[in-house]
Write a protein that binds this ligand. Structure first.
Ligand code: 13P
Ligand code: SF4
Length: 337
């Protein structure tokens, strides 16, 4: 498909959230289209695909991305793909997961600012120490962790399956890492379900989701009495107890698409709301924009440059010593999910 500025403008004109980096006038679309068409051509020539997380800028999601979704769906897509090259437009831990599942494929991370406050909060050595301290515990890691951390854990989870996987584990003693807010939400949810798990968790947070204050919810409900409020499980328990729905980014998309309501407030990185604004112009979205600087550093320029030059420093490589152990941790998730 060949993109024109008019076509792109029609796709993105309803996006209002995302500050100055998500503004789509016809003039701005004119400047984006040559890069988009160059990426489309290179993808074909090199048998490459672009996988994008819902938080990246809409001009990537709407055009060059072959698939956009949450962490779990992206890792499944990477597993099923027949492409030789995967360009992962997201953050590094997600690209590492794709490489673990596809050791024979070349996986690239186009952006240089590709961290995550959760993944950067704990190391593999930290987990080794914790395991010595808590030998009777099953170690469950959120997918937002480095490959070294996954190599030291028993099973990986994502925001879409954390509650059901932990509930299904035979051990009563669970150490969940690295997100303390999700850990507390997990504890609350399993208690609600009647499960008697003994859950400990570490101290990491997502710097985007920890910012929300429960007063915001009261304020939005006061101003919009017909609004549906959704939150990501990386938010605090005070938020989760007040919202209508909690789920992964893709579960939120499904909830909005299936809801008879027309107005929504989503407590998560605003890229998801921008995506929904572009995809569902008949629904309306209220709220503020909170951005993840890592996700938002993904650009068409970096994707184009990566596809053109396949730079070695952007290629994900995983040491043999961690590959097998970390893959076991991911495979355990696929088995239980
Ligand atoms: P999802 O798996 O829900 O997309 O979450 C990933 C993430 O990083 C949320 O901040
Ligand atoms: Fe990490 Fe938070 Fe950004 Fe998600 S939004 S990638 S958890 S820093």
């Amino acid at each position: 498909m060949k993109w024109t500025a008019e076509l792109l403008f029609n796709h993105l004109k309803d996006v209002t959230l995302g500050g100055s980096i998500c503004v789509y006038t016809l003039d701005i679309c004119e400047t984006l289209v040559p890069k988009i068409n160059a990426i489309m051509k290179l993808k074909k020539e090199k048998n490459a695909i672009v996988l994008a997380h819902s938080y990246v800028v809409p001009e990537i999601i709407k055009t060059v991305s072959d698939f956009t979704g949450d962490s779990y769906e992206l890792s499944k897509k990477a597993k099923d793909s027949s492409a030789d090259i995967i360009i992962f437009s997201a953050v590094k831990f997600m690209a590492e997961t794709a490489k673990l599942i596809n050791p024979n494929k070349d996986v690239y991370i186009p952006s240089d600012l590709n961290g995550c406050s959760l993944a950067d909060s704990i190391t593999g050595d930290d987990v080794k120490q914790l395991r010595k301290k808590y030998p009777d515990y099953t170690f469950v890691c959120y997918i937002n962790t480095t490959v070294d951390v996954k190599a030291e854990c028993d099973v990986c989870v994502t925001s879409s399956n954390v509650y059901s996987i932990v509930e299904s584990l035979p051990n009563k003693n669970i150490y969940f890492l690295p997100d303390k807010l999700m850990g507390q939400n997990l504890k609350n949810e399993l208690k609600k379900r009647g499960s008697d798990k003994n859950i400990l968790f570490s101290e990491g947070t997502c710097y985007v989701h920890e910012e929300y204050h429960p007063d915001m919810i009261d304020f939005i409900r006061l101003k919009h009495d017909d609004v549906s409020i959704l939150a990501h499980p990386e938010c605090s328990e005070d938020i989760i107890s007040k919202v209508d729905f909690t789920g992964s980014t893709s579960q939120m998309v499904n909830y909005v698409n299936q809801s008879p309501k027309s107005k929504f407030f989503m407590l998560t990185e605003c890229g998801l709301t921008s995506r929904m604004q572009a995809d569902s112009p008949k629904k309306s979205f209220v709220g503020t924009c909170t951005m993840c600087k890592y996700m938002k550093s993904n650009s068409l320029d970096d994707i184009l440059n990566t596809l053109e030059n396949l730079p070695e420093h952007k290629k994900i490589s995983i040491p043999k010593s961690t590959q097998e152990k970390a893959l076991n941790c991911i495979n355990k998730m696929f088995e239980l999910a």
